[in-house]
Ligand binder design. Structure first.
Ligand code: C5P
Length: 443
């Protein structure tokens, strides 16, 4: 069965706004129609600068609207209301910063925005804009506002932008939007089903609370994949009251677990000691030492499709930890240390065909060369380089800046951003460049 099968016979209103990515709307309409959906297209006037209404109207097999006031003899001035009631889902792709701002503040100055206000169905907003517009606090606040209304905002993709810059702001590919549309429709269907069957609904809510690791999205590049993430520091006991550790808070690994769960993965998070809450839908395994983390990870290596090894694992552990508190003595003390297992290197040595390994490197000197060397030496697909000397990067900061090295010489910079955004970017780039994580072709 095609992944778009849920679209058969469904009513989709597609809003198209004035972005260079508007050309992708033509492919999106085709995908919807091919999957058996009925489509009505609404365009803003500026969208028509990028793609003719005739193109989208011909593909949709229906007249395109842009003004609230009747444009055709057959139109009613209440078309925005009837379309809002007719739709099973209203998708806005591409959504410019301008339309996002209008939607966030209840404007109804064209057919698209008026229909959004009238719609009783779920709304999926797919922004596309230049990276600085995307990152601007006004735009980010507007996304949050839309989410607070119950709209879904699909994160923009990373990559080359029309401006010549590189970063987050690309409209996701039509296949990804169509897959998300189908998934949203089936989520809505199951919400309706569970209202009918309250017992079933209560049961599934309970199992989610218990953290059964069920994927939170029913589609996405990681749907059906088991992803193992490690996070946080390890603690290596010297005696019952002393230990060797490091300042890792676990924030980056937890953000990765959250980001990959949102893309449909079944996620196991092996965490060293942290104060962080477990992201929803993620199964957490708590460990303390490098040895315990190694055991937890190696036990899962045969079932993991992707591993993000973000934990700051201690390289050395006391060779002879004491069961009782060591007494203070005058003069110096010598502590004999032994190497911990290199968890990631062991994973690399046992890597299965198609398994994807992502490591992290925190470097101070010769950062690039060391990170690339680590990628090869540990048999990794990807390595994320943090320079400990960069402000706003590394341990204990809420932000991160890194360089991502991948297969075939792939290299990309991720500018300083909150760790959650950096995690979304890493996950998106890994997904885009991993053949096994590409959306299934639609028939
Ligand atoms: O060699 P280095 O410690 O710099 O490598 C960093 C990467 O290796 C990180 O992904 C870290 O989680 C992982 N690592 C590991 N086991 C160790 C030390 C590091 O898996 N003992």
């Amino acid at each position: 069965m095609s992944s778009l099968a849920q679209l058969d016979g469904r009513h989709i209103v597609l809003g198209v706004t004035g972005s260079i990515a508007a050309y992708k709307a033509a492919s999106l309409v085709r995908l919807y129609k091919k999957a058996g959906a009925e489509v009505r297209v609404l365009m803003t006037k500026s969208a028509e600068q990028f793609i003719p209404a005739l193109t989208l109207g011909t593909l949709a097999d229906h007249t395109v609207h842009s003004e609230i006031f009747p444009e055709h003899d057959s139109d009613s001035w209440t078309a925005h209301v009837s379309l809002g009631l007719w739709a099973d889902l209203f998708v806005i792709a591409p959504a410019t910063a301008q339309t996002v701002a209008k939607l966030a503040h209840g404007f109804s100055d064209n057919m698209l925005t008026a229909t959004a206000l009238s719609a009783r169905c779920p709304i999926l907003v797919c922004p596309a804009m230049d990276l600085d517009m995307y990152q601007h606090p006004a735009t980010q606040a507007n996304f949050e506002r839309l989410r607070s209304f119950g709209y879904e905002v699909m994160p923009a993709d990373y990559g080359a932008l029309a401006s010549g810059l590189e970063g987050q702001g690309r409209l996701p590919e039509p296949e990804a939007i169509a897959a998300r549309t189908a998934a949203r429709i089936s989520e809505v269907d199951s919400e309706v089903d569970s209202e009918v069957n309250a017992d079933t609904s209560a049961q599934s809510a309970l199992s989610r609370e218990e953290g059964d690791g069920a994927p939170s999205g029913t589609t996405g590049p990681f749907y059906g994949k088991h992803v193992l993430v490690t996070a946080g520091p390890t603690e290596e006991p010297i005696d019952p009251v002393r230990m060797l550790t490091n300042p890792s808070t676990g924030t980056m690994g937890f953000a990765l677990a959250e980001a990959v769960a949102a893309q449909g993965a079944t996620v196991t998070l092996v965490s060293g000691p942290t104060h962080l809450d477990t992201p929803s839908g993620v199964t957490r395994v708590d460990v303390r030492t490098a040895a315990a983390m190694n055991e937890a990870v190696q036990a899962r290596r045969n079932t993991a499709d992707v591993v993000f090894m973000a934990a700051a694992v201690a390289d050395y552990t006391p060779a002879h930890p004491s069961d009782s508190k060591k007494k203070k003595t005058e003069g110096t003390q010598t502590l004999t240390l032994k190497r911990t297992p290199d968890i990631l290197k062991t994973l690399g040595e046992h890597k299965r065909d198609g398994q994807v390994l992502v490591g992290f490197a925190l470097e101070t000197d010769d950062a690039r060369a060391n990170a690339q060397d680590k990628r090869t030496r540990k048999n990794l697909d990807w390595i994320v380089l943090n320079k400990a000397t960069d402000p706003g990067s590394g341990f204990g900061t809420g932000t991160n800046a890194c360089t991502l090295f991948g297969p075939n010489g792939y290299e990309s910079q991720i500018a300083t951003a909150p760790k959650r955004d950096v995690a979304v970017s890493i996950v998106a780039q890994v997904a885009r460049h991993t053949p096994a994580l590409q959306p299934a072709p639609t028939s």
